[in-house]
Ligand binder design. Structure first.
Ligand code: SF4
Ligand code: SF4
Length: 268
């Protein structure tokens, strides 16, 4: 398990909705000032964000992406989903309402989509997350500029600017975004979250900005022995992802939309 989790003082469950936005801003300011080497729980000490943050601005000299080999993605395995939840604090969500309601409301950054060929019975597992489109519809429709694409290809949400209108959720063809319905009772300094915002996979951007080479899902999949996901720089011909893309056939999901996604799939 990648314990990249540094908890800080939480917003209260009793926080009135009208103060959530102000609380979010305050939280982010507080978070920035805290040591990333704080303890999560007795005996658990944390790694990555303790490294010095990158001092250079993000440039388009790289384009980060993922290659997912569905032939290696095991049926029933949720290692990538679980690791993403831990890395980004989604496991801190507290269920509320009925079970079926909560199933629809909790934030999900990776979904395991299962496809079955009716003729052959062949099952394909498809981890689905934000595809980090080069031409992202979520950015096009966002009225506040909260949805944006970084120069290195990572598409994400600025939580200071998000007004929770959810246009981006409607525009995303991959159902990749989630709205935070509930008050947050726990937070991670590296991944601030807050009620009323939209969020999605950001390729573990906090790791990128502290010089780390991997993502939580990639690490977890490798630890399970599947190695179905490769992360890296699509612009570097020598990167592991570029080499693998040359070795095996791959495709974009919904290629017809011509979004030039940063996430590619093999075996589909
Ligand atoms: S997959 Fe959806 S959320 Fe991600 S960049 Fe594309 S349109 Fe935006
Ligand atoms: S929900 Fe937030 S990120 Fe999405 S379109 Fe509205 S303001 Fe932009």
């Amino acid at each position: 398990m990648n314990e990249n989790a540094t908890r800080i003082a939480s917003t209260s469950d009793e926080t009135p909705a009208s103060t959530v936005d102000a609380g979010r801003r305050g939280f982010i300011g507080t978070a920035a000032g805290l040591s990333a080497a704080a303890l999560v729980a007795p005996g658990v000490f944390l790694h990555s964000v303790a490294a010095a943050p990158r001092s250079e601005p993000v440039t388009d000299s790289v384009r980060w992406g993922l290659l997912i080999d569905t032939a290696k993605c095991a049926d029933g395995c949720s290692a990538c989903v679980d690791a993403c939840d831990r890395e980004n604090g989604l496991d801190l969500q507290e269920p509320h309402g009925s079970e079926s309601k909560w199933e629809h409301q909790k934030s999900v950054w990776i979904r395991k989509v299962k496809l079955q060929d009716n003729q052959t019975g062949r099952i394909t597992n498809l981890p689905m997350m934000c595809q980090h489109c080069e031409h992202p519809p979520c950015v096009d429709v966002c009225p506040t500029g909260a949805s944006f694409k970084r120069a290195d290809g990572i598409v994400m949400v600025d939580r200071h600017l998000c007004i929770g209108c959810r246009y981006c959720m409607m525009a995303c063809p991959y159902k990749a975004r989630s709205f935070i319905h509930q008050n947050t009772s726990g937070q991670l300094t590296a991944v601030p979250r807050g009620k009323g915002c939209v969020e999605s996979c950001n390729l573990c951007v906090h790791r990128r900005d502290h010089g780390e080479e991997s993502t939580a899902c990639v690490d977890a999949c490798a630890q399970e022995g599947h190695g179905a996901i490769v992360f890296g720089d699509l612009k570097d011909p020598d990167s592991a992802i570029s080499q693998r893309l040359r070795e095996i056939p791959s495709r974009q999901i919904r290629e017809d939309l011509v979004l030039n996604t940063g996430v590619r799939y093999a075996g589909v």
